[in-house]
Design a protein around this ligand. Structure first.
Ligand SMILES: *[C@@H]1O[C@H](CO)[C@@H](O)[C@H](O)[C@H]1NC(C)=O
Ligand SMILES: *[C@@H]1O[C@H](CO)[C@@H](O)[C@H](O)[C@H]1NC(C)=O
Length: 456
């Protein structure tokens, strides 16, 4: 969703100043649930442990897109809203920007306690690829911020996935030229995750709702070498406007076109508001009409921000939340349409797409069909030394910072150690991952237990 001016922008600031008593009491903490199983991508699906995982989520951007605020760095704010997420029954939220200089452990724990995963955009207005002039904005200062965000969130077991970009390519034809830089960022993020020895958190791009270039964008992010391809693809889709159906909305064509695509796909935003909403989108999204190709999606969005999309209203001068009638309707639809059981007819083989043909719509300039910029020299050190402290949301910004890329990447140059390079090999269902999640709970004692277990 493109930026829309925000009536409720001041709500966040005002709420910040009020110290509301949290609804999840500290007394609940000793009984908190064990960490959620981490999610992996394999074949064209996501897996939570051995179970197929469908995103049944909601987009969370209190204050709207121009506020540039981080709802997960403020325990009062996230506590207020997580109880609503839990009441709705969602299993994931998407957050569009975070302050990578802050600690997020309290909100991430509360999300985990509520059974909720996080899909996170790693960009913010000051640190992002500039679609109007992408080449200078792909630089070491930008990547340092992206990598610092990964450092902060890789440690939480309920971090589900990272978005390397959101709608950088839109319906303006010239924005297609930013694609090689977003794809290079995706490659660098995957390499960083591997180089730093983090678990394989899936990385992908969230595309705009543009029919002219959606297939090209999808194929582009899944073409080329294993080091360059995304772990999943997501797009924003507002084509199902109630009353509608699987065929009337054209979603049947989007299943047909993406059949055999080769990596997981989900809707990073859905929820047309042209007419009164009934959330029957879930009847298709959670059925075997779609489950072989799609892994769910995120409703746009939680709070009403000067438009019709939100399902709650945040009050300007208190921590109060008013649930609209759409809140109950969405909750009822989630109950009516549970996640499909079994494996949903997924495809076990992970595969690449062909890089799209260049034409007047898909014109990548000097990069041609598949070449990518090499990682900027000054950013290479982060792979071994780590990114260090993040600049947060209000730093000097990266868009005109130095240290840009000076050449074309060699094929395979983005690959790293076995920890993260390439895809999951297409062997189908992943082997049950060794459950080390207790380490997050038990810390050093757990580590010694693990070592003890291995020695026995
Ligand atoms: C499906 O693919 C065809 C052929 O590339 C294209 O013309 C059509 O617009 C696509 N439909 C959707 C809904 O993406
Ligand atoms: C950084 O973000 C803040 C808040 O959005 C904005 O006021 C400031 O101008 C930005 N700085 C740069 C250098 O873009």
């Amino acid at each position: 969703m493109r930026s829309i001016a925000l009536a409720a922008a001041s709500a966040l600031v005002a709420a910040d100043a009020v110290h509301a008593s949290p609804t999840l009491t500290e007394k609940q903490l000793p009984n908190r649930a064990a960490a959620l199983p981490t999610v992996t991508a394999s074949g064209n699906a996501f897996w939570a442990g051995k179970e197929r995982f469908y995103v049944r989520g909601i987009d969370y951007q209190p204050g709207g897109s121009s506020t540039n605020a981080d709802p997960l760095a403020n325990t009062d704010i996230c506590t207020r809203d997580i109880q609503r997420f839990k009441d709705l029954g969602v299993n994931a939220i998407r957050v569009y920007s975070v302050d990578n200089s802050q600690d997020h452990s309290a909100c991430m724990q509360k999300l985990s306690d509520a059974g909720i995963y996080l899909v996170l955009d790693v960009n913010n207005p000051n640190y992002s690829i500039n679609r109007d002039n992408p080449e200078p904005s792909y630089n070491d200062v930008y990547l340092q911020s992206v990598f610092a965000t990964i450092d902060e969130f890789a440690k939480y077991p309920n971090t589900l996935a990272f978005f390397s970009g959101n709608e950088v390519i839109n319906d303006m034809p010239e924005t297609v030229k930013s694609a090689p830089f977003v794809k290079a960022t995706t490659r660098d993020m995957r390499q960083y995750i591997g180089s730093r020895g983090y678990r394989k958190i899936p990385v992908g791009y969230s595309a705009a709702d543009v029919s002219d270039n959606r297939m090209q964008t999808a194929d582009y992010f899944n073409c080329g070498g294993d080091d360059e391809r995304s772990d999943f693809f997501a797009f924003n889709d507002y084509s199902w406007c109630a009353p509608s159906s699987f065929t009337q909305s054209g979603w049947d064509q989007k299943v047909k076109n993406f059949t055999g695509y080769g990596i997981p796909i989900f809707l990073s935003e859905w929820g047309c508001t042209k007419n009164a909403r009934d959330f029957e989108e879930l009847s298709a999204l959670m059925s075997d009409e779609m489950s072989g190709v799609y892994s769910g999606g995120l409703l746009y969005e939680y709070s009403r921000e000067g438009n019709d999309f939100g399902i709650v209203e945040l009050s300007g001068n208190s921590n109060s939340v008013k649930e609209d009638s759409d809140f109950d309707k969405f909750k009822a639809a989630l109950q009516k349409y549970p996640a499909p059981s079994g494996d949903g007819g997924f495809t076990s083989t992970t595969k690449a797409a062909a890089c799209p043909t260049l034409d007047s719509i898909w014109d990548l300039g000097k990069w041609g069909q598949s070449a990518l910029p090499a990682i900027p020299d000054k950013a290479k050190k982060y792979m071994t030394a780590g990114a260090g402290k993040g600049p947060g949301l209000t730093g000097d910004g990266s868009q005109n910072a130095g240290g840009t890329s000076t050449g074309t990447a060699e094929p395979g140059s983005g690959s790293v150690s076995a920890t993260a390079s390439g895809h999951n090999g297409g062997t189908g269902r992943p082997a049950p991952p060794m459950d080390m999640s207790f380490l997050y709970v038990t810390g050093v004692a757990g580590l010694f237990t693990l070592i003890g277990t291995l020695l026995l």
